[in-house]
Design a protein around this ligand. Structure first.
Ligand code: GLN
Length: 194
């Protein structure tokens, strides 16, 4: 089986590694370019995207990560990880940059302080039944989806919270902490097919 990585600069990378291993994947933490070079797919976890951005540049990973996206490596970004992959970021702080690649406009902390965290059941047609129990934690929202990207799920009010584009997958929420492994399996299937 191919080795997959989880970007381990910051955030809840341990939870992702646990889920991927529970699905039988050979999953390793990625902190350095040498580790990135060993993997056939990468999960970018939740956390704080502005810190992840800073650390990725400090650790010399930003350029290798951009090259990996450009080469078509399958990637799955959850929450802060989705922010990292977006071409355009709204409400960035401290000169924050993104890796880009995903034809999206994403807004950080889009649900405001009134609704920092919430849970809901989400229909995700590509995953079938039952709906996914989704947990949102200071979550971003996809404000617009460019022609290269596809919507996989939206909230009842229409806000887009799961997307795909070729080998890229992104969710505003955190399947790694709710025990539903279908998005991780979907990612592993992309890795196997790539
Ligand atoms: N608010 C965080 C950010 O902007 C994301 C939160 C999360 O990953 N749970 O990076």
């Amino acid at each position: 089986t191919p080795t997959v990585g989880v970007l381990a600069l910051q955030g809840d990378f341990r939870e992702h590694i646990g889920v991927l291993r529970s699905l039988g994947a050979d999953a390793i933490p990625v902190k350095r370019p040498e580790e990135l070079a060993r993997v056939s797919g990468l999960v970018i976890p939740g956390g704080e995207s502005s810190v992840m951005d800073k650390l990725s540049r400090l650790f010399g990973l930003a350029e290798p990560l951009k090259a990996a996206v450009a080469s078509g490596m399958p990637m799955y970004g959850t929450c802060a990880g989705l922010i990292m992959l977006a071409d355009t970021l709204l409400d960035a702080i401290n000169g924050q940059q993104t890796l880009g690649g995903f034809d999206l406009v994403v807004r950080r902390n889009a649900f405001g302080s009134q609704l920092d965290s919430f849970e809901t059941d989400l229909d995700v047609p590509v995953l079938g039944e039952p709906p996914m129990h989704a947990m949102f934690i200071r979550a971003p929202v996809v404000e617009s989806v460019g022609p290269r990207a596809t919507v996989l799920a939206s909230l009842d009010d229409g806000r887009v919270v799961a997307v795909k584009q070729d080998n890229l997958l992104g969710t505003s929420f955190h399947p790694e902490i709710t025990g539903d492994t279908r998005f991780h399996q979907y990612f592993l299937d992309r890795v196997a097919a790539a």
